[in-house]
Design a protein around this ligand. Structure first.
Ligand SMILES: *[C@@H]1O[C@H](CO)[C@@H](O)[C@H](O)[C@H]1NC(C)=O
Ligand SMILES: *[C@@H]1O[C@H](CO)[C@@H](O)[C@H](O)[C@H]1NC(C)=O
Ligand SMILES: *[C@@H]1O[C@H](CO)[C@@H](O)[C@H](O)[C@H]1NC(C)=O
Ligand SMILES: *[C@@H]1O[C@H](CO)[C@@H](O)[C@H](O)[C@H]1NC(C)=O
Length: 265
């Protein structure tokens, strides 16, 4: 723990010296939640990750990741490797998102802290308030704040698992709305920026219903980016490729900057 603590303190201090503004010393926290495409499967073929990290997703001393044991460490893909442990993780949108924010304005964003919480194959019912995934996400979010940060946004990419049964698909809109409202209430951030991704296709038959629910959910400071047309990985064509994840990260950062948020003004 000690070396980690020292290097982290050093990181904060050195960043504070460099940027010298109000954001210095505070970690700007983003929660990453949902299922496999948020967790990241870019470059995973036949249960093996190819290890390729594109420059847009590379590590940067100003990007941290909250580990499963709740410590901040320098972030590197795969961001979910100690969170989504039942699956082989690859590249997701998180690092590209954070790098993109820092490229736009490194002074304003200071240190970005990513809090990975996504788990592959999960349906929205499993993310209900009181359920394990929801409570785990809240614990991690609160630990992140306790470690010196301010929550700036939620990135959400989920829904594939709710395209299989008609009943689930029809309940999706209400469940999604409830989820966003509960997260904001429990974090005491009524206008927390939420950036969600609309699914392009799915293995279930009811993709259109879920997609309409996503695109039709209107809340202040909620933005939706559309994954339609993004490249999917062979042979299963179930997950975004690494280049698609890089593009998605940039889209998420652009959408975040369009929300009204202390950091984006
Ligand atoms: C993955 O497995 C399939 C079927 O076993 C094989 O045809 C393909 O070459 C493998 N691809 C890679 C990248 O290993
Ligand atoms: C927490 O996780 C980090 C990174 O995985 C590791 O370096 C560190 O030793 C762990 N700390 C504890 C207290 O387990
Ligand atoms: C959601 O997933 C869980 C775990 O796989 C399953 O037990 C449950 O039946 C699913 N719920 C719905 C509404 O599909
Ligand atoms: C991953 O995202 C793509 C694009 O939206 C979608 O077609 C696919 O169904 C998703 N896969 C999973 C498992 O969520």
């Amino acid at each position: 723990m000690l070396p980690l603590f020292i290097s982290y303190t050093y990181l904060l201090l050195s960043t504070a010296v460099q940027i010298g503004n109000a954001a210095a010393g505070k970690i700007n926290i983003f929660i990453l939640a949902g299922q496999s495409n948020m967790s990241g499967r870019g470059g995973v073929v036949n249960l093996t990750w190819d290890g390729y990290i594109p420059p847009e997703s590379s590590s940067n001393p100003s990007i941290l990741r909250l580990t499963a044991n709740l410590s901040w460490v320098p972030a590197a893909e795969p961001l979910h490797r100690d969170i989504d442990v039942a699956k082989v993780c690859g590249v997701g949108p998180g690092m590209s998102f954070a790098n993109s924010l820092l490229r736009k304005d490194s002074r304003r964003f200071g240190v970005v802290g990513l809090v990975p919480c996504a788990i592959g194959g999960t349906n929205i019912s499993e993310w209900v308030r009181g359920g394990d995934l929801y409570e785990q996400m809240m614990r991690r979010a609160k630990a992140a704040v306790h470690g010196g940060g301010v929550i700036q946004g939620l990135l959400w990419y989920q829904g594939e698992s709710d395209t299989v049964s008609l009943e689930d698909a029809e309940c999706y809109k209400n469940r999604l709305h409830r989820f966003f409202v509960d997260v904001r209430a429990d974090l005491h951030l009524p206008l927390l920026p939420v950036i969600q991704v609309a699914l392009a296709s799915g293995s279930g038959s009811y993709i259109d219903i879920v997609r309409e629910a996503q695109l039709g959910t209107k809340l202040e400071n909620l933005r939706t980016v559309d994954a339609k047309g993004m490249s999917l990985q062979d042979p299963e064509r179930l997950h975004l490729t690494t280049p698609a994840q890089v593009s998605l990260g940039k889209m998420l950062s652009k959408a975040f900057l369009q929300t009204s948020n202390p950091l984006s003004s």
